[in-house]
Design a protein around this ligand. Sequence first.
Ligand code: GLN
Length: 507
Amino acid sequence: MSALLRAGAAELAGRIATGEVSAREVTAAHLDQIAAVDDRVKAFLHVDGERALAAADAVDARRAAGEELGPLAGVPLAMKDIFTMKGAPTTCGSRILEGWVPPYNSTITDKLLAAGVVVLGKTNMDEFAMGSSTENSGFFTTHNPWDNARIPGGSGGGSAAALASFEAPLAIGTDTGGSIRQPASVTGTVGVKPTYGATSRYGVVAMASSLDTPGPCARTVLDAALLHQVIAGWDPRDATSINAPVPDVVAAARHADVKGMKIGVVREFGGEGYQPGVEQRFAEALAVLEGLGAEIVEVSCPHFDYALAAYYLIMPSEVSSNLARFDAMRYGLRVGDDGVNSVEEVMNLTRGAGFGAEAKRRIIIGTYALSSGYYDAYYGSAQKVRTLITRDFDAAFAKVDVLVSPTTPTTAFRIGERADDPLAMYKADLCTIPSNLAGNCAASIPCGLADGLPVGFQIMAPALADDRLYRVGAALERELNNRWGGGLLDQLADSESGAYLNVGGVR
Ligand code: GLN
């Protein structure tokens, strides 16, 4: 495979900055890879090669003019189709937004463009970010590059699959209950959910506003840190944005050392329902961290057992409110506008045709949970559980620096396997949801293979201590890569299953 595809973002940016390779060559190589493999991976909903090449040319021109380039200038990125970008179609995986072209950029889009990052296109996702497999996309299902009969995770499965198939070295996602970390876990990539409020929600299609957190996706911890640094920071256009300095996540990734750190293993995560191979890889990664001088202690967070139930009341309640704006009048699809139907009939017909089954299920559950007479029993109780979970975290972080667990109980399941069983699908988020409810930060780092499929190691840290994720993640990554003789994805690129991707167009 072309070295330009294997290289990480940090390396590519360095080579572009010295002029050893042009941003145009780097972008063209990735567009070629998309053309070669995306009919099988199906990571992208839209690719805009012309726009990407023009952005790359602008970086090359700035370099030629002697301008200093930022740390990610000229590096290609795959953008989850939940972020608005002026002039680029944004569907959020839903037919109801088909044809909508936003007239503005999300704050994160602005930051990426200002940094010279080259946006290749928009990636597939579960409709309105609701799902764990991309099977809820209104368009098509994305395939896991490790095994194309399996799911790439969700909701940001397109972004994770683009990374794992070497279509892009960087991607961006959103995490409301696990949609960055769970896809990272099942594709062998790195995904970080920053502290809630540390990355702007402005211009990001809203799912559950008290939980939604944009974050970086990459193939290495350092690349994720570089992207984190570019996209994070206070935004006056987002009412819940935090006005606090961004921790130095890049320094943490570069000088990773866990000696003397206290790492807490969450007792509640493991056992029944967890794949034995996942638990084995997790235990081995813990031993690696212990070998590097970290102290491992067991910690109990008793209310985490109720996190999934609380999330599936709070999240749909917010979804039912946020999705009310898709009323056939303002965005995208309009059905039955024949001059005879009333406004209400047009709204009903449009919402009936435009939303998929999972979106409808959550709108109905959320509307019910918020209805007067049931509000206290459902939404009110769930909010109390949310507080108890936050207190569990506070008590744990008084004793340890980070908490760890498997990211998800199993490796990638087969496409179709859980499609008709919403509860089985929801269980993919068992370990990721508590951090969303508390507003803390968390990451998933590859820690090996179980039955030939990637396993993710989750690291959780307190709000505004995102640097700890990178410190622990980079230390673990360095040690595991030494043992493996390269990254987990290098194994895929070198393997027979990698051949299915036609990696580099050689095989
Ligand atoms: N799988 C979760 C859900 O379906 C995660 C959603 C997310 O993080 N966007 O709600």
